[in-house]
Design a protein around this ligand. Structure first.
Ligand code: ZN
Length: 452
């Protein structure tokens, strides 16, 4: 059921946007948006796309005006009122019904906006989609007739210059469909800053596993993360989240939710053409990538899960560092290349046994306990890196014993978790905080074993 609803929701939004953009004459200036109906009371509206700081709440059946969507975060950008350009963020799942189109009454404030259910109009105007700017190019970017690098360039407007303002009217296969100088075409999303969000700079060298380069994707919001919000975030039933993730992406094999952090991620496996170090959960090209299993969709003796350390945006698996730091006695994020400055008050101290049993649903196991943790410096030997992510399938019990002892000896904290050669293991890792580049070989590792 979830599968169907999600599909309908995404399609409905696209249709709504298309209707708004194509049906209405650009002559009128009234503001028209896709509207949605909120499906539950106390649905938070966030001030940033990390969904951490709450601006306020919408209640069931309130209307929200949807400006655009950030599919990677599962959020809609919504208007907080027609007389203001202020926007907030709301979970897409909270607005399943968003096919209606309304015209905003001028001067209406948030409260009126929420109660303007009767104000349906089906004529009006919206000439543009979301505003965007061409970025991340030296001079020009190709303007293509289709969402592919193989598509021909647009007749009469083969490229769009850096800094040009464009109107984004859709998104397909890693490309924005946009309007520039009256012509419609496609530009790779990496070269368009949409709705005030600057995309990550394209990587010049392909990263190795877990070696994303975070160039500061998030520009909306204050940049300070209110960790406080996580305090009240309920731990979802792992199975429920796994099932909905599977319904949304059939490459899903697991789900992880690390209490006290913002890590709440489906776990995927790579298929032909989709390397999740470069594609997000929605199969869109993305510097953030997704969390994924190195050994595909099957269980191995040591399962290996990784994702990028998005240091500036505090995203993906960055907060694994917070767990490490909290456990080692720090009170703030220790990232040195950019200011994270996040308080670690709410991060779990995994010296406490209950804090190191994590909700990771993978191959039939739902709880995994950490038994070793350490970060390597730059230029760690490739041998270690390969050793740590070995699936151990070809190892004898004595070799597995040696592997366990090696990890325990390197652990930055001596956990008293009992580990045996019969255990099913999980290596969870991301890039190091201070040596993160495509050439550095620094990693932060957590070694876990399945407990139930
Ligand atoms: Zn941090």
């Amino acid at each position: 059921m979830r599968n169907t609803r999600l599909g309908v929701r995404l399609t409905a939004f696209v249709l709504c946007m298309m209707t708004v953009l194509t049906v209405f004459s650009p002559a009128l200036a009234a503001e028209i948006y896709c509207y949605g109906t909120v499906n539950a009371d106390n649905t938070p509206v966030y001030s940033n796309q990390n969904a951490t700081a709450v601006l306020g709440v919408f209640n069931k059946n309130d209307l929200v005006a949807i400006e655009s969507q950030i599919s990677a975060s599962g959020l809609y950008i919504v208007r907080l009122g027609p007389s203001t350009a202020s926007t907030g963020y709301i979970r897409m799942s909270a607005v399943p019904d968003n096919t209606r189109i309304f015209q905003l009454t001028s001067g209406a404030a948030l409260a009126q906006l929420k109660s303007s259910a009767g104000a349906v109009v089906d004529t009006g105007s919206l000439a543009e989609g979301t505003a965007g700017t061409i970025v991340n190019v030296k001079k020009n970017v190709n303007f293509r007739s289709g969402p592919s690098n193989k598509s021909a360039r647009v007749k009469g407007q083969k490229s769009v210059p850096k800094g040009a303002s464009v109107s984004i009217i859709g998104e397909e296969s890693g490309f924005y469909k946009l309007v520039y100088k009256g012509k419609t075409g496609y530009v790779d999303t990496r070269y368009v800053a949409a709705g005030g969000t600057v995309p990550s700079t394209p990587e010049t060298t392909p990263p190795g596993i877990g070696q994303g380069t975070d160039t500061g994707r998030i520009t909306i919001g204050t940049g300070k993360i209110a960790v406080e919000a996580y305090k009240s975030k309920p731990v979802p039933a792992v199975e429920t989240s796994l099932n909905s993730a599977k319904a949304a992406n059939k490459n899903t094999i697991g789900y992880m939710y690390l209490n006290g952090t913002n890590i709440q991620q489906p776990i995927l496996y790579n298929v032909k053409g989709i390397d999740y170090s470069k594609y997000n959960f929605y199969n869109k090209k993305s510097a953030e990538g997704a969390v994924y299993s190195l050994y595909g969709k099957d269980m191995t003796r040591n399962n290996v899960i990784t994702g990028h350390n998005m240091r500036k945006s505090n995203g993906m698996l960055h907060q694994l560092h917070h767990i490490q730091e909290k456990t080692l006695g720090y009170t703030k994020c220790q990232m040195t290349e950019a200011t994270c400055a996040i308080s670690l008050d709410n991060a779990p101290d995994i010296k406490v046994q209950s804090n190191r049993v994590w909700d990771i649903s993978l191959f039939g196991y739902n709880k995994w306990e950490v038994w070793a943790m350490y970060e390597t410096a730059a230029k760690e030997s490739k041998n270690t890196i390969n050793y740590n992510i070995n699936h151990l399938a070809k190892y004898s019990p004595s070799q597995i014993k040696t592997w366990i002892e090696y990890q325990k000896n390197r652990s930055e904290y001596k956990f008293n978790t009992a580990v045996s050669t019969d255990d099913i293991f999980l290596t969870l890792y991301t890039c190091g905080n201070n040596y993160d580049s495509s050439s550095a070989q620094s990693r932060l590792y957590f070694f876990l074993k399945a407990v139930s």
